[in-house]
Design a protein around this ligand. Structure first.
Ligand SMILES: [Cu+2]
Length: 336
């Protein structure tokens, strides 16, 4: 008990010191911005991400530490990040067969190392359930732009993942997973899993033919025990998150849904998705980027997106009902 108090006290001091030093760092950067605008743009064009894992050879079913080192074009730590969607850095993980998904953040783990983050190293932990290839997408935001980077890892082991199976159903029963508090669900989710008790009915309305390069509207409707669900709650500062991946595994688009109210989009969401954003809460590191989502909503949520190329895409959704995190996932074919 005593040692724990001591630890907390220390952590508190560290946080106070960090806040104080961040204040000065931010002022320094703000000044640099007004005087060296061209330098800033150059810096923003280059975010390099390198991944170091522990253990180096990732094995299926074994706890793995993933350390992402973010640097600018000069190799200097890239630390000027804003909290967006409640997190400083988002990591989306999708398996090659598009059946295993993870959505994790440095803040999701008690072992979070803020000092390392100030040096550009962000750490998450994950247990890859099956052997095979996975794509990892990183999303971060600075004051003026968003960055998306992706990389791959190969996971060894005897339990291999299945091949991609094509499933173009537009109605499904999906599982709910109990959140681990604070919008956290740090474990891998197998979309093919049929064994959970919490069940939801989901239907999508999408165009018969989805064409590459065209704006597409897909509406999700949710029911439970035959009743429309009207009390979804925001999850990570959005009504619904999406990870869109093609069978080519050539990137992940991380985007967000819009609440539909009486058939219309919610008034706060009508404009540019970023127009309603402002900075509210103080952040632990970096600045804060806050969106607007109604406190309760449902049963309809809309995804507006464009598919750049023809192909087969898995649209992995994520949203929250009470303490349940749902992953409504639908596969669509996109044609030229
Ligand atoms: Cu995230």
């Amino acid at each position: 008990m005593q040692s724990r108090n001591f630890k907390l006290f220390n952590l508190h001091s560290v946080v106070v010191i960090l806040f104080t030093s961040l204040f000065f760092v931010n002022i320094g950067l703000a000044e640099q911005r007004t005087t060296h605008d061209s330098h800033k743009i150059e810096k923003q064009a280059n975010l390099n991400v390198t991944l170091h894992t522990e253990p180096e050879m990732i094995e299926a079913g074994k706890f793995t530490t993933l350390m992402f080192k973010l640097t600018d074009e000069k190799g200097e730590p890239f630390t000027d990040l804003m909290v967006h969607h409640d997190r400083i850095l988002h990591v989306l993980i999708v398996s090659e067969n598009l059946q295993i998904v993870g959505h994790i953040h440095p803040e999701d783990f008690e072992s979070r190392d803020i000092l390392a983050e100030l040096d550009g190293t962000y750490t998450v932990h994950f247990t890859f359930p099956l052997a095979g290839k996975y794509i990892l997408a990183l999303d971060v935001m600075t004051e003026d732009t968003e960055f998306s980077k992706y990389l791959y890892v190969d996971v060894t082991g005897t339990k291999k993942m299945t091949d991609i199976s094509q499933d173009f159903r537009r109605e499904k029963i999906v599982n709910g997973y109990t959140e681990e508090g604070g919008d956290r669900l740090a474990k891998a989710v197998d979309l093919a899993d049929r064994n959970t008790k919490s069940k939801y009915y989901v239907k999508i309305d999408a165009p018969e033919k989805i064409k590459a390069g065209e704006m597409v509207h897909i509406t999700y409707s949710f029911k439970r025990d035959d009743k429309p669900i009207t009390d979804f709650v925001p999850f990570l500062d959005a009504p619904m998150h999406f990870a869109i991946v093609s069978t080519r595994l050539d990137g992940i688009l991380h985007t967000h849904g819009t609440v539909l109210m009486n058939g219309k989009t919610h008034k706060m969401m009508k404009k540019d998705p970023h127009a309603g954003h402002n900075m509210k809460k103080p952040a632990t590191t970096g600045h804060q980027h806050q969106g607007t989502t109604p406190e309760k909503f449902g049963p309809s949520i809309m995804l507006m997106t464009k598919f750049q190329k023809a192909g087969v895409y898995q649209i992995i959704g994520q949203l929250k009902h009470k303490d349940q995190i749902l992953f409504p996932t639908f596969m669509v074919e996109v044609v030229d």
